[in-house]
Write a protein that binds this ligand. Structure first.
Ligand SMILES: NC(=O)c1ccc[n+]([C@@H]2O[C@H](COP(=O)([O-])OP(=O)(O)OC[C@H]3O[C@@H](n4cnc5c(N)ncnc54)[C@H](O)[C@@H]3O)[C@@H](O)[C@H]2O)c1
Length: 436
């Protein structure tokens, strides 16, 4: 089929490359000139596993093209909107880019062609587009891929969701994915749109839940890792998204949670649980920053070495990164920051030009009073902690991801601080503060 994907970011680019791999003829439309010219030169502008194999394969095969012209929409069987939907100033979804894309696409769609909204948008958005396009099929097709494993998720998703007015409308999009073996849920357009927000809110809630439980573990002498294993073994609960740490981030969870709160507020329905999920996450970052301040009290111009800047491993994306938020708190308090990330330093430097970027983890530890593990890249897990100890000025390792082995760190003569794992931990800073 002839497919157009509008927006060549994390979602649009992965969708384009993977649909080309499935045999479709794909044109990706991108308006950012720098991103477009990199794509046209054959470069992969984002870090995503396997994308650098798929892109050259299909630009060479001719099944994948990049342009800033909307003309290919005129011949397309399916046009996807996959542009960004950032948070507005009040947390609402800013649909400006989706609406602009729609206005460019709508007059070019041929009768009978399908418009699929892949961007995360408030319920009612696709219905409103459908009203404007009586001669076309309009469906919602929310995206559930995870950055870092997006290509894998495309070919082996947990489910495909198509919000459509009828089964035949859903089939007009579903045939694109027919070689993918997964469950396809056909729902109303509004259900599909809200399901996307609900999924992200639920995952964020699990992390905020285990983070709050980590504080309870500290006050009661329990261990949060053991707790997560025990409750995660219950099939009704499952083991994922139950690791305590600096909290959730990224380009989607924060904005989608805030957007859902806004949707609920506008509808006049309760959202106390969603507010609590958000607040618990903010407290987690503050607790980490406060603990680091406590650990460096009395130090002259304290230095923190931050390991990891991406919002999670295997991506170069720093949007909503917990690391950057904690660094922001520390900079306000006059800390000097040395930092390293195997992939995300160029993106981080655009947001944080005034910190020192280091060659590797050991260089980051040089002269640091505290080393904070902010992103659990595999290369940080098995460091030579003796060498880290020798390079540091202080002796505290703050494990913001509960990913390190506290025993090995103690053996190197360092003080380990995690969340809900040892007797004196990051989260206990919250209790100390509350008692004061
Ligand atoms: N990133 C994720 O992990 C993820 C996962 C699921 C869903 N989503 C949702 O998918 C959507 C896209 O997210 P993303 O992370 O890919 O965003 P992104 O910012 O990485 O990419 C969006 C791209 O669209 C381009 N663009 C904007 N307006 C355009 C227009 N009118 N014509 C052509 N190109 C245009 C931008 O220049 C940018 O390159 C968002 O709604 C997001 O919430 C993202």
């Amino acid at each position: 089929m002839r497919v157009v994907v509008v927006g060549a970011g994390y979602v649009g680019l992965v969708t384009s490359a993977c649909l080309a791999e499935l045999g479709h003829e794909v044109t990706a439309i991108e308006i950012a000139p720098e991103r477009l010219s990199r794509l046209q030169r054959g470069e992969t502008p984002i870090l995503e596993a396997h994308l650098d194999e798929l892109l050259p394969r299909h630009t060479t095969s001719g099944r994948l093209r990049f342009t800033d012209s909307y003309d290919p929409v005129c011949d397309a069987d399916v046009t996807f909107i996959a542009v960004n939907t950032p948070a507005g100033v009040f947390g609402q979804t800013d649909t400006r880019f989706v609406r602009a894309a729609f206005e460019a696409i709508a007059p070019r769609l041929r009768p009978g062609a399908t418009l699929a909204v892949k961007s995360t948008v408030p319920p009612g958005t696709a219905d409103a587009f459908a009203e404007r396009l009586p001669d076309n099929i309009v469906v919602s097709n929310p995206e559930f891929l995870r950055q870092g494993t997006a290509v894998q998720d495309f070919f082996a998703p947990d489910r495909i969701v198509i919000g459509a007015q009828s089964q035949s409308d859903a089939d007009a999009l579903g045939c694109l994915y027919q070689s993918i073996d997964t469950r396809v849920f056909v729902t109303s357009r509004c259900s599909a749109e809200l399901a996307k927000y609900a999924a992200n809110c639920f995952l964020a809630m699990r992390i905020s839940f285990i983070n709050e439980l980590s504080h309870l573990c500290e006050s009661s002498g329990a261990d949060v890792d053991e707790l997560a294993q025990v409750i995660g073994a219950d099939r009704r609960i499952g083991p994922d998204f139950l690791r305590a740490g600096l909290g959730w981030g990224g380009s989607c969870f924060p904005k989608d949670l805030l957007a859902t709160i806004d949707i609920a507020r506008l509808a006049g329905v309760p959202h106390a649980l969603l507010d609590a999920v958000y607040d618990a996450n903010v407290r987690q970052r503050q607790a980490a920053a406060r603990h680091i301040a406590d650990a460096t009290r009395g130090c002259q111009r304290p230095v923190v070495g931050v390991l990891g800047l991406a919002f999670k491993p295997e991506t170069d994306d720093v949007r909503g990164s917990p690391a950057l938020e904690v660094i922001g708190c520390l900079l306000e308090q006059g800390f000097q920051i040395r930092a390293h990330d195997p992939q995300a330093m160029p993106n981080a430097a655009a947001a944080l030009p005034n910190i020192t970027y280091c060659e590797d983890a050991y260089d980051t530890a040089r002269g640091a009073d505290v080393v904070l593990l902010a992103t659990e890249w595999p290369e940080y897990i098995e460091l030579d902690w003796q060498r880290v100890r020798e390079l540091m000025r202080g002796d505290t390792i703050a494990d913001g991801r509960n990913a390190l082995d506290p025993r090995r760190i103690a053996e190197a003569g360092l003080r380990y601080r995690g969340f809900g794992r040892a007797s004196t931990t990051l989260a206990s800073a919250i209790f100390e503060e509350a008692r004061r």
